[in-house]
Design a protein around this ligand. Sequence first.
Ligand SMILES: [Zn+2]
Length: 306
Amino acid sequence: MKLEDLKHALSEIFDAANQDAVLTLESGVPGPTVSVVALTHGNEVTGVATAQRVLEGLKSGALKQQSGRLQIVLANYEILQDANDFDDLVRFRFEDMNRIWAKNGVDEHEYRARERIRPYIEQSDHVIDLHSTNRASTSIGILMGYEEGRVEAMRRHLDTPYVLLEAEKFLNGMSLVEFHQNSRKSGLSLVIEAGQHFDFTTVETNVENTINLLRHLDILEGDPADLTEQPKILKVYASGIAKTAGNAISWKYSDNPEGFDFVESGTHICDLNDEPVVVDRDTYIVMQQVEALHAGKEMYYLAAEV
Ligand SMILES: [Zn+2]
């Protein structure tokens, strides 16, 4: 996709949205309120392409609303709206919008965006927040709040090789979906990481997953497809946080660390902040970074099979 296509996808949603950059689609039939959130991170543009595809489907009649209310929430959308070049696409302007949900407000860009969308997140029964990853990766579901029914829904309907649980415990700050989970408790609060930010082949899977979940949640007509191959459910048990920006980490177990590398208990995986990190159980290493974008950045998560 070209930048123009992405900006077009954004403007199609934006032009139909209200003053808070939220597009509300009412079915007229009682049911849940579900938010699909795009652009929580300004450079994670596959989310807006996905949301636009769902909207197109509804417009053309290929998809039909069944019950409840669907909200397409544009989070940190100004970064894409103002971009002239892919190089202008950044994760955030002032502070990571996906880490500030427990912080006091200041009059800066992401805090204003948070306050704009907060009421819509609070009133949602379920939230699907569409993201993508910095480095090449398989798609991932990140589910808040361990609860067997929700985990089962992921097993049946989310076509990603892996679903992570309890990642929120190891995040350096409160994310949007964790905020939602804390305010609602009973609903689905899910991040879908599509793959690399600019790998647009991931949009197809993202669209399918989003539609499948919206069917599961009774927002869209039709039965959700059951998967032939279920995702592996992994529980996060640790993360590594960079103390300084730049070269905080050197990987030891591989010259080319990739998402979801599996290592056995006892492996010296890396040195972080000049300290060796040795895993004490069989572990998947997730969302490895090679360089710290800023101090406080999560450099990896460690997860084990449930
Ligand atoms: Zn993200």
